[in-house]
Design a binder for this molecule. Structure first.
Ligand code: NAP
Length: 254
C-alpha cells in the first residue's frame, strides 16, 4: 500500500486524487490546503488539514500549487527526508527544498476543474534523486496510467515548451477564430467539426502530412484576401507570421 498526501488542491491534485483514490494499492490519507476546502462527499473519509504542522506521515507527498510558489512552500514543510514531488512541467526538480528527497510526478495533460479526464492515456513523467524513489513513483503512476516515462528536468522543460505550442497557443487560435466569427454573428459551433478532425487525424498522420491550406499551397490570391479582411486587426501580424513560416517550411515564395 502506497500512502499519499496531497499538498495543495487545485486542478491537478483534485484530478489526481480522483484517479488515485479508486485504486486499492493506494491510500490517500490526507489533503492539505492553506485555505479551508470542503472535500466532496465521496472523499469524506479523507482527512483534511489547513495546518502545515499537522501534515500526516506518508510515502509520497504531491505538491500541486503554482510553479512560482513551489520552492518556498517546500521549504516551509516541517518534516525531512520524505519523498516530496511536484506536478509541474516547467519547473525543475531542484526547485524543491533539498531537506526532503525530491521527485517529479508530471501528468502531461490540460486539466480544468469540471472536465473529466481518462488518466489511462495520460503520460506521467517521473524523475527522482534515487532509484528506490523512482521505482515508487513508477508504481504510483502505473496504477492510473499505461504510459509512465522517466524524463530529466532538462528534457521535461522542452516537453513543456512543446506542450505550450500544441495546447495553449492552439487554444488561443480558437479564441481568435471565435472572435472573427462573432464579428459576423456566426456561431463558433460551425468550426467544431474542423477542430475535431484536425486533432483526430494527427493520430495517424504526421503534422507535415496533415497540413493543408492557402499558406502551404502558396495560394497568393486567398492570402491577400485574408490580409485585406484583417486590415486594422491585431491578428494580421500573427496571420503573416504563420504564413511566412509555412512558406519557408514548404519551400514556396510568398
Ligand atoms: N492545470 C493544468 O492543466 C496543469 C497540467 C499539468 C501540470 N500542471 C502543474 O500542476 C501544478 C498545479 O497546477 P494547477 O493548475 O492544479 O494549479 P491551481 O489550480 O492554480 O492550484 C491552486 C492550488 O494552489 C494553492 N496555492 C496557490 N498559491 C499557493 C501558495 N503560495 N502556497 C501554497 N499553496 C498555494 C491553492 O491554495 P488556495 O486554495 O488556498 O488558494 C490551490 O490549492 C503547477 O505546478 C502546474 O504547472 C498544471
Amino acid at each position: 500500500m502506497i500512502k499519499v498526501v496531497f499538498l495543495g488542491f487545485g486542478n491537478v491534485n483534485s484530478h489526481l486524487l480522483n484517479a488515485l483514490n479508486k485504486n486499492t494499492e493506494i491510500s490517500v490519507i490526507q489533503v492539505f490546503n492553506r485555505n479551508y476546502i470542503k472535500l466532496i462527499s465521496s472523499f469524506e473519509h479523507i482527512q483534511f488539514t489547513d495546518d502545515i504542522s499537522k501534515i500526516a506521515e506518508a510515502d509520497i507527498y504531491i505538491i500541486g500549487i503554482p510553479d512560482d510558489a513551489i520552492s518556498r512552500f517546500s521549504e516551509s514543510l516541517a518534516f525531512q527526508n520524505k519523498l516530496v514531488v511536484h506536478t509541474s512541467g516547467g519547473a525543475a526538480m531542484k526547485v524543491l527544498s533539498s531537506k526532503n528527497r525530491r521527485g517529479i510526478f508530471y501528468p502531461l495533460q490540460t486539466f480544468s476543474k469540471h472536465r473529466k479526464v481518462d488518466f489511462k492515456e495520460i503520460p506521467i513523467c517521473i524523475e527522482a534523486e534515487n532509484p528506490n524513489d523512482l521505482g515508487l513513483l513508477r508504481k504510483l503512476g502505473e496504477t492510473i496510467s499505461e504510459n509512465v516515462v522517466e524524463i530529466s528536468s532538462e528534457k521535461r522543460a522542452k516537453l513543456h515548451l512543446a506542450a505550450v505550442f500544441v495546447n495553449n497557443f492552439v487554444n488561443h487560435l480558437y479564441e481568435i477564430g471565435s472572435e472573427i466569427l462573432n464579428e459576423e454573428d456566426l456561431p463558433f459551433d460551425l468550426l467544431k467539426p474542423l477542430i475535431a478532425e484536425t486533432a483526430s487525424k494527427i493520430k495517424t498522420l504526421s503534422p507535415e502530412e496533415a497540413q493543408t491550406g492557402p499558406a502551404k499551397r502558396n495560394d497568393k490570391k486567398t492570402i491577400e484576401k485574408h490580409l485585406h479582411l484583417l486590415t486594422d486587426s491585431p491578428h494580421a501580424k500573427l496571420y503573416k507570421l504563420f504564413t511566412e513560416q509555412l512558406n519557408q517550411k514548404y519551400g514556396k515564395e510568398l
